[in-house]
Design a protein around this ligand. Structure first.
Ligand code: ADP
Ligand code: 5GP
Length: 215
């Protein structure tokens, strides 16, 4: 489709139990910028920063009081408590980007995905990432080596509950081979961008096509 045809941005929601590879896939999508041009929605969280994380890049790390202030002033499109911490999506940045035709990536849990699906149904494309096995999930959480042992155990305990949410997503991908899973996410983005109802600019394009005079 020609780039001149205007369309509204889409909201690509990626969720998974912790350790299934969602952040890895998100990183691959974001660094593949030339082709996919997705922008990450940067959440606010009350969780402590991991050693590898950068304020304003991975999250905005805030105190609980500040989180409550944002939530109570309707500055978050969705929010949830996950693994004992609060997380939320800032409203303004996401809404401006979508209106501008910028596609956004949301790395959020099932509770947030449900809220976005309710509030912004036509804009959301949701993908759930599953691990190939529970043993692989455990192994990946340990290999990531960024969380303490008790945090890893809590995340594993929560994984079954999270996996049970798979049915409320548009697409489900089993992340066994990372490159294959990435190709599958890419294909979904490409196809969803071409949906007729996402491209209001098609009306003008088709009119001008039909009006075109041939010699
Ligand atoms: P999540 O964001 O879902 O919690 P991460 O993306 O941080 O998970 O991945 C957890 C760990 O698993 C990381 O060390 C990552 O490099 C690794 N990983 C991700 N996908 C795969 C895969 N397909 N095969 C093997 N390891 C993977
Ligand atoms: P982590 O602490 O591993 O970065 O994230 C824990 C969980 O919180 C992940 O499932 C992640 O997708 C989710 N999460 C991150 N940001 C948000 C957010 O803004 N809203 C919601 N609902 N979940 C989030």
């Amino acid at each position: 489709m020609p780039n001149s045809i205007k369309r509204r941005g889409l909201m690509l929601v990626l969720s998974s139990p912790s350790g299934a590879g969602k952040s890895t896939l998100a990183r691959m999508l974001l660094t593949d910028k030339e082709k996919l041009e997705l922008a990450l929605s940067i959440s606010v969280t009350t969780r402590s920063r991991r050693p590898s994380e950068i304020e304003g890049v991975h999250y905005h790390f805030i105190q609980t009081r500040e989180f409550e202030r944002l939530r109570d002033s309707d500055a978050l499109i969705e929010w949830a408590e996950v693994h004992g911490n609060f997380y939320g999506t800032p409203r303004e940045a996401a809404e401006n980007a979508l209106a501008d035709g910028q596609d956004m990536l949301f790395d959020i849990d099932w509770q947030g995905a449900l809220q976005l699906q309710e509030k912004m149904k036509g804009d959301v494309v949701s993908i759930f990432i599953l691990p190939p096995s529970m043993a692989a999930l455990k192994e990946r959480l340990h290999r990531r080596a960024e969380d303490a042992e008790d945090v890893i155990n809590m995340r594993l305990d929560n994984a079954r509950n999270e996996i049970e949410r798979w049915r409320s997503y548009d697409y489900v991908i089993v992340n066994e081979d990372l490159d294959r899973a990435y190709q599958q996410v890419q294909s979904i983005v490409t196809a969803e961008r071409l949906r007729r109802d996402r491209c209001p600019g098609l009306f003008d394009f088709v009119s001008s096509l039909l009006d075109e005079k041939l010699d």
